[in-house]
Design a protein around this ligand. Structure first.
Ligand code: B4P
Length: 200
């Protein structure tokens, strides 16, 4: 089982890189953003509740996100591992997630943190807004999402550094170059695990 978290501000390339990672390492992709958008698309009461947060650039309440995530993990009993895209996003989510994975004896292996400068984030998301149809890709909401990232999600960098799971990747390059750096980090981790298994 290989569990990878991909972490970063909105527009840092989490979704873009996740698609490549899952293909190369045969992982199951869980994007909490996609789970929220799927619920909104169903026009359910829960979807309406979620929409109120997303359209303001705010995080969806932890209990909603965690419930959706847990149900999705449970559907994939045959998964060789997961790429968690956009989750966790708060310290509280990270603590609950650690407990959840402890119960399954499948801890997080690596947290890949993708760093991108603010001007570049704005450029990318403004570019995406032209054809994504995403209600949260508007300039004023993008700013709010970046603020929320800084205040609520950024503390996760030290949370996972303390657990020695964090790898920082410069995401300012071309998509292929960023993926090359991420692959190197994952391969290095897997090689270390192999050596440790041989020694044991
Ligand atoms: P997400 O769906 O995670 O949205 P995101 O942060 O914008 O990332 P995304 O993966 O879509 O974009 P990417 O950086 O790949 O979350 C949306 C909302 O859902 C949140 O604001 C929140 O309200 C809610 N939510 C989700 N998870 C939650 C949680 N755990 N708790 C609470 N609420 C939660 O790409 C952006 C653009 O950049 C694309 O157009 C892409 O083509 C481009 N791009 C990517 N890499 C590039 C590169 N290297 N160079 C140039 N362009 C690049």
């Amino acid at each position: 089982m290989l569990n990878i978290v991909i972490f970063g501000p909105p527009g840092s390339g989490k979704g873009t890189q996740s698609c490549r990672i899952l293909e190369k390492y045969s992982l199951t992709h869980i994007s909490t953003g996609d789970l929220m958008r799927e619920e909104m698309a169903q026009d359910s009461a829960l979807g309406e509740q979620i929409r109120k947060y997303i359209n303001k650039g705010l995080l969806v309440p932890d209990e909603i996100v965690i419930c959706k995530l847990n149900n999705t993990i449970e559907k994939h009993t045959d998964a060789k591992g997961f790429i968690f895209d956009g989750f966790p996003r708060t310290i509280n989510q990270a603590i609950l997630f650690d407990d959840m994975l402890d119960l399954r004896a499948t801890p997080i292996d690596l947290v890949i943190s993708v760093d991108v400068a603010e001007e570049e984030l704005l450029k990318r998301l403004a570019g995406r807004s032209e054809d994504s149809g995403r209600s949260d890709d508007k300039e004023e909401i993008i700013w709010k999402r970046i603020d929320v990232y800084k205040s609520q999600s950024l503390p996760l960098v030290s949370y996972y550094s303390q657990q020695e799971k964090l790898v920082k990747i410069n995401g300012m390059d071309h998509v292929d170059a960023v993926f090359g750096k991420i692959s190197l980090a994952i391969d290095t981790y897997l090689e270390k695990q192999e050596v440790l298994t041989e020694v044991r």
